[in-house]
Design a protein around this ligand. Sequence first.
Ligand code: UT7
Length: 348
Amino acid sequence: MNDEKQMNIEIIGTGRALPSKKVSNDDLAARIDTSDEWIRSHTGIGSRYIADEDIACSDLAAEAAKNALAMAAGYTGDDPAERDKAAAEIAGTIDMIVLATATADYFGTPSTACIVQDRICARNAAAMDITAGCTGFVYGLETAAGLLSINSRRKRALVIGAEVLSRMINWEDRGTCVLFGDGAGAVVVEKSGKNSGILQTLLFADGSGSESLVMRRGGTRNPFKKGEVIDTPICVEMNGQEVYNFAVKAITDTVEALMKAGNISIDNIVRIIPHQANARIVQAARRRLHIPAEKFYMNIEEYANTSSATIPIALDELNRSGQIKKGDLILTVGFGGGLTYGGNIIIW
Ligand code: UT7
């Protein structure tokens, strides 16, 4: 029914971090040629959180990580000093940090994961970033599970999805800038003998679609040139319609493939957590799959698309609010730049 090695990689803590500034559709409409009506009707988005200028990806990632670590250590309160104390108790036991992001603190090196490792004092942890677009957390979970499984000395890992997309957006392009928000989510995973954890993961990629969602400038393909005037940030360029069609199929195919690989009926799944790029994408996929709307957890209205942070933020919301319980079967499904897609089935 499943891969024995992955059966006992269990999530023992979840956390999230959002910037304090919430920006509504009306706030955006005051600056660019758009409207609350257009954004809501085309995407389901009502607001998004935007990081202040002095906040980078690692800042949000470290906060989410501390919240997940504190929960793993048994603390779920909201006293910052107590939270930090609990997180510090367990940080030294983390063997690996896998951080998924498309909006790293620095280009190339150092990895944002290394900055987080230092910030949370996870002195025994190896650390690396992975780039898998909005599927980054799904890829990250499988990477961490694999790295724990392959070496008996490794026991615990931290998997983080963190983004400051607001800094990689052309704020004059209304076709993209209204879609994205900033945030981070994290989980602590542990090797355990219990009959819970990651039951099944499937990862896919279709690089032939790489141009349909791309940050074109700044890399070795299109480096900045001497004397060039840079007056827009390195920003996301997207062929919306192409990505939309890909996304509907990606959700449908991934859910069907996970059901088959896990030999599970959709009736057994308590919650589906889809990547939230556009509520219409999820609606179209769920109609194709004939799955009732209530099964899909949606929070795009508040957060917009936070890329690799979307799924761990949703997991933390569901977990802390008691909407998922021990033994529940959860399905995650991601899709995004690369193009990448994939999902996990998790026994909570
Ligand atoms: O995380 C994964 C990455 N992203 C995605 O999965 C996104 C996938 N794509 C989408 O969600 C949708 O394609 C969009 C939301 C990006 C666009 O929705 P659409 O229904 O495909 O709109 P469209 O691009 O066909 O544009 C329709 C009209 C255009 O005007 P005209 O040419 O018909 O006069 C656009 O200029 O809507 C206009 N428009 C806007 N109007 C007001 C585009 N953006 C806006 C806007 N406000 N923000």
